[in-house]
Design a protein around this ligand. Structure first.
Ligand SMILES: Cc1cc2nc3c(=O)[nH]c(=O)nc-3n(C[C@H](O)[C@H](O)[C@H](O)COP(=O)(O)OP(=O)(O)OC[C@H]3O[C@@H](n4cnc5c(N)ncnc54)[C@H](O)[C@@H]3O)c2cc1C
Length: 484
């Protein structure tokens, strides 16, 4: 047997279990050389934001430890992935590169370039499915076009062949001994310093494959049965918080799918919650389907009429939104949760996004960029599709006139105010009745609660009723222009 190694190019699949590229490489009997390339240079690459860089550092550390326990080092290189891989193939005389597919437009371009290089330089290049349940090319409408609407897309998923059973990590991985140089993870400076804004992230998260599996198990045992009732409640720890683990591929959608299905089968009481939980994975699939077929999704409105939308320039308002100082409690709680923990509850993401793009008329690009930098789960497909969904410009988007009223949303989904009190403690002594709209509280009630608007807590940055009307007028004007 030749000793030419196979490079396992880790990307958004930072796991050893259910990693088909790794398992297939091990089956060949060749020695394995695991590699990760930090690519900030390939054109079109949305350079990872601050929070995902923090996660990536710890996830690579965890992967490195899991590999080291099996006698394999993780080789780190930076630069354009294509060039870094070409160099590594040359240095190690590798016979092949194996990887899991990725779906961002730039990542697909890199894959094509590596494939071309492999052909020209006579090594093998194999790509494996593993980051989605259903490959985007495999699903289409009856007329053969990509899906634009979620419900028929999800029906097609459910009617398709059952996703493959997840694989266990290979029992034996033969290590390539003639090691090439590796860069140091710490030299990549993925962690924030001066200032270190990550204490809240450290308190909240444990990146890595083992932690991801623990989180999935804990959610299936403790959260899934009530998921359908709890998933919209930011005051309850009722969702899985698997999103960053899924984003980095520390857990595969197949592991998620089959674990949830097994739980549903063994515990009928969890069926309703389980189906709702599987459906959310469907939204992740749908976002990737959209990005794959409409690669301009992160930049351009899916519905072209939105090119005519007259957005407002509002740097002060945008800053207040980013900092959680809008004077609207549920918004400020969400934006502070995001800043502190790198994550925000889905219901609150929708409310804060609606305020920004509708009441404040700020372009969804601004919100998308802020989330990109601050979310630990920031992903091109989910982020872009969700922002466009809220803005009304996306595929199957919320109708434009559905403008969330953050006060009513707060009262409905955070009825006792636990969520707002946790992240906006300066309002904690307000009675529940006024907590979501402190400006409605009589002066003496605010005084008793030590709340002075414009001093201890901001006055609301927009008038909700007027700004709703303004948004609807802007929308009608846009429609008029698009039809002209
Ligand atoms: C404006 C906006 C921006 C968003 N940006 C991102 C993003 O960058 N990355 C991201 O992963 N999610 C994004 N979401 C979707 C959603 O908010 C998160 O996936 C969810 O809050 C993650 O928490 P969880 O893991 O506890 O979800 P759960 O409720 O436990 O759901 C399980 C999994 O399903 C998937 N999922 C759930 N809801 C959605 C959804 N609406 N769209 C797509 N997938 C979903 C996620 O992978 C999630 O981990 C965004 C939503 C909005 C409204």
């Amino acid at each position: 047997m030749s000793t030419a190694p196979i490079l396992i190019w880790f990307r958004q699949d930072l796991r050893l279990n259910d990693n088909r590229a790794l398992s297939a490489a091990c089956e060949t009997g060749r020695p394995i050389l695991p590699v990760y390339v930090l690519d900030d240079e390939t054109p079109g690459n949305w350079r990872a934001g601050g929070a995902t860089r923090w996660w990536l550092h710890h996830s690579l550390e965890a992967l490195g430890q899991d590999l080291a326990a099996r006698g394999l080092p993780l080789i780190l290189r930076s630069g354009t992935a294509e060039l870094a891989l070409r160099r590594l193939v040359h240095e190690t005389k590798a016979a092949a590169i194996y990887c899991t597919r990725a779906y961002e437009p730039w990542a697909r371009q890199v894959e094509s370039n590596v494939a071309a290089d492999a052909l020209a330089s006579c090594y093998e290049f194999h790509r494996f499915a593993g980051s989605l349940l259903f490959e985007p090319e495999a699903l289409h409408t009856k007329s053969g076009t990509p899906f634009r609407v979620f419900t028929p897309f999800w029906s097609a998923c459910l009617a398709a062949a059952e996703p493959k059973q997840p694989l266990l990590a290979p029992r034996k991985i033969e290590a390539f001994k003639d090691l090439p140089h590796s860069e140091n993870l710490s030299d990549w400076k993925l962690l924030p310093a001066d200032p270190d804004w990550a204490p809240g992230l450290r308190e909240t998260w444990q990146p890595g494959e083992q932690a991801a599996r623990k989180r999935l198990t804990a959610f299936l045992d403790q959260g899934m049965a009530d998921y359908a009732q709890h998933r919209d409640r930011p005051d309850i720890d009722g969702t899985s918080r698997l999103s960053p683990h899924l984003h980095f591929g520390e857990i595969s959608p197949h592991q998620y799918w089959h674990a949830a299905r097994t739980k549903i089968a063994s515990s009928p009481a969890s069926s309703q919650g389980g189906q709702a939980f599987l459906r959310e994975l469907g939204w992740r699939e749908f976002s990737h389907h959209l990005l794959f077929h409409w690669p301009s999704l992160p930049e351009a409105p899916f519905q072209t009429k939105f090119q005519h939308m007259r957005w407002a320039q509002n740097p002060a308002g945008l800053q207040a939104w980013q900092q959680g100082r809008t004077g609207i409690p549920i918004i400020d709680a969400g934006m502070r949760q995001l800043w502190h923990t790198g994550w925000m509850h889905n219901r609150v993401r929708m409310i804060v996004a609606s305020l920004l793009v509708k009441n404040m008329l700020v372009h969804w690009h601004e919100g998308e960029a802020w989330f990109w930098d601050t979310l630990v789960d920031a992903g091109l497909a989910n982020n872009a599709a969700s922002w466009q969904w809220v803005a009304g410009s996306g595929a199957d988007a919320a109708p434009y006139f559905r403008i969330f009223n953050p006060v009513l949303q707060g009262r409905k989904f955070d009825p006792e105010g636990h969520y707002v009190r946790r992240f906006v403690p300066e309002l904690k002594d307000l009675p529940n009745r006024f907590l979501h709209a402190p400006w409605e509280a009589p002066e003496d009630v605010r005084t008793l609660a030590k709340v002075t608007l414009g001093d201890t807590y901001p006055a609301p940055c927009v008038d909700l009723r007027e700004s709703r009307q303004r948004a609807l007028s802007a929308y009608n004007e846009m429609k008029g222009q698009a039809n002209a």
